[in-house]
Unconditional design. Sequence first.
Length: 542
Amino acid sequence: MTMRVALYARYSSDLQHDKSIKDQLRELREHVAQQDDWVVVITESDAELTAMTLKQRHGLGRVRREIQAGNVDILLTEDPKRLSRNSGEGGHLFDELKYHGVRWITLRMGEMDSLTAGIMAAVGQHQLEELKHYTRRGQRGNIADGRAAGGLSFGYRLDRSKTHYDKKRGQEVITRGVLIIDIEQAAIVVRIFKLFVAGLSSKAIAKLLNSEGIRGPRGRVWRPSTIHGNAQTGTGILNNELYIGRLVYGRREYRLNPKTGLRGKAVMNPVSTLTVKDLPHLRIIDDDLWAAVKARQADTKRAQRDGIDKARRPKFLFSKLTRCAICDGGFTTESRDELRCVNHTAGACDNSRVIKRSEVERRALVALQEKFLTPDRLEKFSREFVAEANRIRAESQSKLVNARRELEGIDRRQMQILGYLNAGFGEVESWKAEVRQNELRRAELQAVVTAASTEPTPPVLHASMAVIFENKVRQLAAALSHDDIELRESARSTLRGFIDRIVIPPGDDLLRVVGRLGEMLTAAGAKGASAAVGNVGCGGGI
């Protein structure tokens, strides 16, 4: 019987050479040629992609689609790490292969079973974590020696006179990270700082440099973000502390996004963990010019914040909350005190209704006072909320108990393995693999325990809540006409927070107000209501 074989190869960014894939595929084809009844039906590869996630690996995706279509009997890889280095996704992928009746064979370890696949995925994941740790340790060592750990900053060049003997290559090579000042680029850095202090924006500076044909970092055109960067993360010309002779490493750490498989958000590390090295011979900017730039950045940030706040402050009480019932477009100003569907004005909606803004505001305030959290509604909501809260609490408690019980079992097993190791029973490497697997599972369970202990407590509901809320709305409505501008703005903000949207239908039909129940319960005195309940539509026609 002919066996249909899928070949898959991969190399990650730590190898950085496409020859790796060619070598893998050559060995895979040689292995297939040695079999009497094997035939290759698909050959795929992924270059410079991590095995920590299945996302973005389009070559593997094509192989999986052939497997799901029933066109593959054997998946052949060089070793297990080419397929997955993630214990969770590795197990899922093995289950997928098993479900479709596909055998997974590797050149290094033969045919994989569920136990071996799980162990090797966990070992691979652990090795990557260790590699990341050792890489960062080496980079911190570079900083301590006065060498740059990352890319080359604009204004500097590599000191090619500094070399060392490389045992692997058997020759002298340039020592990486040893910098000296590039005189021409340093002059441009000083000019950028002085132009910024003189009042030019980063956009204007970039435009000026580009007009003069001055190339930016890596020979590219200048962009405003290249200049202003981000002060918190230390990026951008104006925030690079190397220009004042201070080398800083470890400001942020990037985490892999499990949904996309790409580098995700940057997490800022505590200042106490930063590695800092003073290198006065690399100073380009003096203290006075640096301080002047920081002062202008602070003033600019303050002005932008005030301007944004003012721009975002709604002009009217329920601005941007009025929506068309037909097209869900906004109801915007038709005249000084009239609203109309913006899409109808453009000829794309049949809702021709025109309504006074003052009428919308009056009806919304009436709805808040009389139609939300009335005694009847509160009683119905209370019953449903308490039942749901009890269900969630029971599920959470059960999950917590099971997690703690499994944690205790892991602790017992680890102690048992330690005893076996001390007694010299079994192979050390196999015990180590199980210990690593147990530690991974421990981390998952500990996350469950921590999450359960930090979940918000459902709010306490009491019989007078509807009356309290009605009085609260009356007070806020009265505050809208108060002489104190801060009191008026506070009341406007609070009232807007109660409403998710006001839906306006055509003709003379009643308006529909959709409220934010969590915000209302919080205003009525239910602690933790906003977090526990969230935004729940409620209300009726007005």
